[in-house]
Design a protein around this ligand. Structure first.
Ligand SMILES: Nc1ncnc2c1ncn2[C@@H]1O[C@H](COP(=O)(O)OP(=O)(O)OP(=O)(O)O)[C@@H](O)[C@H]1O
Length: 259
């Protein structure tokens, strides 16, 4: 196989699904460092299935997934924990922890068996806390937080894990518009300023068009991938939803309801 220079993740002809049931096929793309990428598509098209497959939570059905030019399945768990971190929407079992304690869990792949934090670990934790504006909440219990605050803590934990690749499943669910934008801007900053490659699933197509560097449209067919402008020019968003209900306006890069 030809090595993709500087690739953080490369998918080729990937098929994801369950047992013998393929949910999505024909998925191919490469992402380099410092890129924010959204996976969009209608309900049930396979966004979460794809994300869970990339996170190695479930096996792929066919094709290849390479993380830094090495097959995903060839990584040992400790090796993978230093390459990719995952943020899921479900509530963490550890909500009784304080914000600081939960973020510190991100350093587990680097600490010794008793979990002693070095000064470098503490620096990573502090930087993550600062980046996600969590200083004032440092000693709050996670169960006392709003959905938006908890989401910031979970992403800060992934930042503290300091992996080149971060995967998030619907990080803006349950948030109001302001907090959706806040989370996505923070992810954009994390990607651009810290050279992280970030992939997240979302239904916020308008926001993804404005804030992401790349978008994968899971459409159950060819699954186009590219930067938002290219995808708009190629009219890929027009076909996403039945046109009698909503229409994509290429001039504003947003969807309009047919009245
Ligand atoms: N554990 C499972 N076993 C078998 N099929 C499943 C399982 N989980 C999901 N599916 C099916 O896989 C398909 C894709 O589901 P998935 O949750 O990946 O879609 P999605 O695009 O994330 O949807 P949504 O936007 O509604 O969250 C659906 O048809 C779903 O019923």
């Amino acid at each position: 196989m030809v090595e993709q220079k500087n690739s953080i993740i490369t998918l080729k002809e990937l098929i994801v699904g369950y047992g013998s049931k393929a949910v999505a096929k024909n998925i191919s793309f490469t992402l380099e460092p410092g890129v924010l990428c959204a996976i969009v598509g209608v309900n049930g098209v396979g966004k979460s299935t794809l994300l869970r497959t990339l996170a190695n939570f479930q096996p792929k059905l066919d094709g290849t997934i390479d993380i830094q030019n090495k097959a995903l399945e060839k990584h040992s768990p400790p090796e993978l924990a230093q390459k990719l971190s995952v943020v899921l929407t479900e509530q963490p079992a550890s909500k009784n922890l304080t914000v600081q304690e939960l973020i510190a869990l991100g350093r587990q792949p680097y600490t010794n068996w008793i979990g002693t934090l070095t000064s470098s670990d503490k620096e990573h934790i502090q930087k993550s806390m600062d980046a996600f504006l969590l200083e004032k909440l440092r000693f709050s219990k996670c169960h006392e937080l709003s959905d938006g605050q908890l989401q910031r803590v979970l992403i800060a934990r992934a930042m503290a894990q300091d992996t080149p690749l971060i995967l998030l499943d619907e990080p803006t669910t349950h948030l109001d518009l302001y907090h959706k934008v806040q989370i996505l801007k923070m992810l954009q900053q994390l990607a651009h300023q810290n050279d992280k490659t970030i992939i997240f699933t979302t239904h916020e197509i308008d926001l993804a068009i404005q804030l992401c560097d790349k978008i994968l449209i899971l459409d159950g067919n060819t699954n186009p991938f590219g930067n938002p402008c290219e995808l708009i020019e190629q009219k890929h968003f027009e076909q996403l939803f039945p046109s009698e209900m909503v229409q994509f306006d290429a001039k504003t890069g947003s969807f309009k309801v047919n009245k």
